[in-house]
Write a protein that binds this ligand. Structure first.
Ligand code: SAM
Length: 506
């Protein structure tokens, strides 16, 4: 790959001179206001977060952030979201570790909004990791039913699972496959998101060092893969279903040209719908590129340049399969959850009685033994795909292969809110020590509650995870070492032992 321009350092923003010497100049005639585009790329990008609807309202989150001294402003176009100051370090805050919010760039939140989601739909997220859009879709489905989140990379699936665990998402099965080889015998979906791997030109504000590596050769390498993925998505969509194709790149070769080829091949079997979102400024999709006329319907796509909404860049197309097209009726059928219910029941009774959980708690979930390590739970009506075989369904909530058995952090975050026993409420200093995995002394009134052994630890009523209260008068944090990059709200640095907080999404 040719290095066309001086590289921006990872920390600095791109300068006008660097942009003028880069491959971005091939878009100059497409952009309504080149100077505004260049100026936007020169500014750092302010992070956005959305409130986890199962844990807090956006007004509640805004009020909490104000008390914590974190500046946040509502985003009119995205009612559940807030924009923070560019220097905000999101993963460092206790409320992030408690799964009250998820960090996701403004433009990255848009494709899921165009899927026209409703509970009861069966949805496939074909290229899902690290899972910001998966979590958005999961909550739009009411955290019930079936969403299949696939990615080709097993490491990235782990990051995705970490995000779903922190947020308490229980209606997702994950699969790890090349989505262009997804088996048709697994049946069709009501909604599909194809957030395709791309050259990521639209992420320059977050990763300025990309600038020197841009060029049409990236698009030439990626476009055939994107076309294969989109062709497979069309096959997997049920008649009457909706498919959203998105990328975070400006390159027409990865956007309109991919769609143009697939629309031509599908003929009457695929429609492109005009896409728009109130309060989001965008340019129409291209209907001509380098002298070549494209399908005129492509004007209905959304091309979002960074200066339009002070965001990153994005491209979105909304497609629909006409209801008259013949369906692949194989579909998903419920599979018997793995594990022996008679073996599982005593574990569930044990957890419910120790933590004083409501009597009907397990009727809300599908509990299964997926591994020897312990128990998973998912939404009661979740229906994992038979093919391809899922990596996991729902979240791993109870470890049974240790003595004594213990709820996982994901389990505590999900179920601990309803715990009426063996629970301690931490003060701010204890909270910070807890998140740094340090031991600390309990206050006498915390011991008076008689909560010895494993307890659910919370702060301001929001569960942080599990702890052990030792009779020696010490509280031991069981916060996972791999999550302990989320340290004190007071702006503490990630611990050296575990540098990565749960991944934010682009
Ligand atoms: C743009 S990222 C997806 C971001 C994600 N949708 C989110 O919102 O967090 C593209 C993803 O596609 C995955 N990928 C690349 N090729 C793939 C393929 N053939 N099948 C499935 N996933 C693929 C990459 O591993 C990467 O995680």
């Amino acid at each position: 790959m040719t290095d066309r321009s001086p590289r921006c350092s990872a920390a600095a923003s791109c300068t006008p001179a660097q942009i003028a010497a880069s491959a971005l100049t091939r878009y100059r005639d497409l952009i309504d206001d080149w100077d505004a585009f260049v100026a936007a790329l020169g500014r750092p990008l302010a992070p956005c977060i959305w409130a986890n609807p199962t844990r807090i309202s956006v007004a509640g989150l805004a009020a909490l952030l104000a008390e914590e001294g974190v500046a946040a402003e509502p985003l009119a176009a995205l009612p559940g979201a807030l924009r923070l100051a560019p220097e905000a370090r999101i993963g460092q805050h206790w409320w992030y570790c408690a799964g009250l919010a998820h960090a996701q760039e403004l433009v990255s939140q848009l494709p899921a909004l165009l899927l026209d989601l409703a509970p009861g739909q069966r949805v496939l997220d074909m290229c899902a990791a690290p899972g910001g859009k998966t979590a958005q879709i999961a909550f739009a489905l009411g955290n019930r039913g079936t969403l299949v989140a696939n990615d080709i990379s097993s490491d990235r699936i782990k990051a995705l699972q970490g995000n779903l665990d922190r947020l308490g998402v229980i209606n997702v099965s994950t699969t790890c496959k090349d989505a262009s080889n997804w088996p048709l015998r697994g049946g069709q979906f009501d909604r599909i998101l194809l957030d395709a791997p791309c050259s990521s030109e639209g992420t320059l504000r977050r990763t300025p060092s990309l600038l020197g590596r841009l060029g049409p050769e990236n698009a030439a390498r990626l476009a055939p893969k994107q076309r294969l993925l989109l062709e497979k998505a069309v096959r997997l969509l049920r008649p009457g279903g909706r498919l959203v194709y998105s990328t975070c790149t400006f390159a027409p070769e990865e956007n309109e040209l991919v769609l143009d080829a697939v629309l031509a091949a599908e003929g009457e079997g695929l429609r492109l719908l005009p896409a728009a979102l109130p309060g989001i400024r965008c340019a129409p999709g291209l209907t001509e590129w380098q002298g070549r006329a494209l399908d005129p319907r492509l004007a209905g796509c959304m091309r979002i340049w960074p200066h339009h909404n002070d965001s990153g860049g994005f491209f979105i197309a909304v497609l629909e399969k006409p209801a008259e097209v013949a369906a692949n009726r194989q579909g998903h059928v419920p599979v018997t959850p793995p594990g022996d219910p008679a073996e599982i029941a005593p574990w569930l009774e044990g957890v419910a009685s120790r933590y004083g959980l409501p009597e009907d708690i397990w009727s809300r979930y599908r509990v299964h033994r997926q591994t020897k390590r312990g128990l998973h739970l998912s939404a009661a009506d979740h229906c994992p795909p038979r093919v391809p075989r899922p990596e996991a369904s729902g979240l791993f909530f109870h470890r049974t292969n240790v003595r004594p058995p213990k709820p996982t952090t994901a389990g505590a975050l999900l179920l601990g809110r309803e715990a009426s026993a063996h629970r301690i409420e931490l003060d701010a200093e204890q909270r910070d020590r807890y998140l740094r995995r340090e031991t600390f002394a309990p206050h006498p009134e915390q011991l008076a509650a008689g909560a010895y052994g494993q307890v659910v630890a919370s702060y301001r009523g929001h569960v942080l995870g599990m702890a052990v209260v030792h009779r020696s008068g010490v509280v031991e944090s069981l916060f996972p070492s791999r999550w302990s990059g989320c340290t004190a709200a007071s702006g503490g640095q990630p611990s050296a032992a575990s540098p990565q907080p749960p991944a934010a999404s682009n």
